[in-house]
Design a protein around this ligand. Structure first.
Ligand code: F6P
Length: 308
């Protein structure tokens, strides 16, 4: 997020705009919490996780009155266009402003990677590498002690993070919300893993999967005779949402922030800037929020094949 804020500010200044930050996202907008930004205000923030502007979940902005009040604050402050960085909820708010004829441009920022219109959202690569680092470490203990580890990763209703972390981490099974699976199939795989002579069993489970991490760990514990692996559960949770961003994330955020400002300069609004096959593309926010990105079934199949 910081890399994107920095890019919006510096590209904006380069285009001759004045740039103002809205603190605490829509909650701050409703309080009129604005902060003028210059090139120095965003100095040294590239390597920091989170956002210097802070963020918030805001139920009030989901109401027509909330959106209208936000619009009034933008107009009173003389702000002529808004860049919204965020996931599905943030883009819905952006679309509500756009429907009132306010000029907005969206930038995808969510570790869930559940948005269409971009191959990857800001934060995904950093979260993925954090999950991968944890899986690598857990595998050391799993192999040393002959254990089954269930690693639950975030992603809301989307299995992208789990699937990619599972493949990259060499998991024995990956559970995603998009493909409900019978616990029995996982137990069969557990038994097979043991018979193959593997010293560990790693299950990467998306938080929205059925069964979820806790249920799967309990299932494995209750059937140790199948695999002879003792089970442990690790829920990674919010550690995936922080930390110094990867180079890939910083580059993506820098490019998308710059692309958002260029679209404002062109006078085209109501779109989200994304990166598709290495190129900047703009997609109507209305189209982004009316669809849900699907996981790639080929990757899912690959996760089973490579687990042998
Ligand atoms: O949408 C991003 C996300 O991190 C999800 O992966 C997760 O389910 C959720 O947000 C956590 O939300 P909160 O921080 O409000 O608990």
């Amino acid at each position: 997020m910081n890399a994107c804020v920095r890019a919006v500010v510096r590209e904006g200044l380069d285009e001759g705009f004045e740039v103002v930050g809205v603190r605490r996202a829509y909650a701050g907008l409703l309080d009129g919490d604005f902060q003028p930004l210059n090139a120095r205000s965003v100095g040294g923030i590239l390597r920091h996780g989170g956002t210097i502007l802070q963020s918030a979940r805001c139920d009030e902005f989901k109401t027509p009155e909330g959106v209208r009040r936000g619009l009034e604050h933008l107009q009173a402050e003389g702000i002529e266009a808004l860049v919204v960085i965020g996931g599905d909820g943030s883009l819905r708010g952006a679309q509500d402003l756009h429907k009132l004829d306010y000029p907005v441009i969206g930038v995808p920022g969510t570790i869930d990677n559940d948005l269409v219109g971009t191959d990857e959202a800001i934060g995904v690569d950093t979260a993925l590498n954090t999950a991968l680092g944890a899986i690598d470490r857990l595998k050391d203990t799993a192999s040393a002690l002959g254990r089954a580890f269930v690693v639950e990763v975030m992603g809301r209703n989307c299995g992208y993070l789990a699937l990619m972390a599972g493949i990259a981490g060499g998991a024995e099974v990956v559970l995603v919300p998009e493909v409900p699976i019978d616990g029995e199939r996982v137990l069969d795989e557990l038994g097979r893993t043991h018979r193959r002579g593997k010293p560990h069993f790693i299950a990467v489970v998306a938080e929205g999967a059925t069964p979820n991490g806790r249920e799967l760990a309990e299932l494995i514990e209750s059937s140790t005779e199948r695999g002879n692996f003792e089970a442990r559960l690790t829920i990674l949770g919010h550690v995936q949402r922080g930390g110094s961003p990867t180079a890939r994330d910083r580059l993506l955020a820098s490019r998308l922030g710059s692309a958002a400002v260029k679209r404002i300069k062109e006078g085209i609004f109501g779109e989200m800037a994304g990166l598709v096959a290495g190129k900047i593309e703009y997609t109507a926010i209305a189209d982004v929020i009316s669809q849900r990105r699907q996981i790639d079934k080929e990757f899912y199949e690959l996760s089973w094949v490579l687990a042998m």
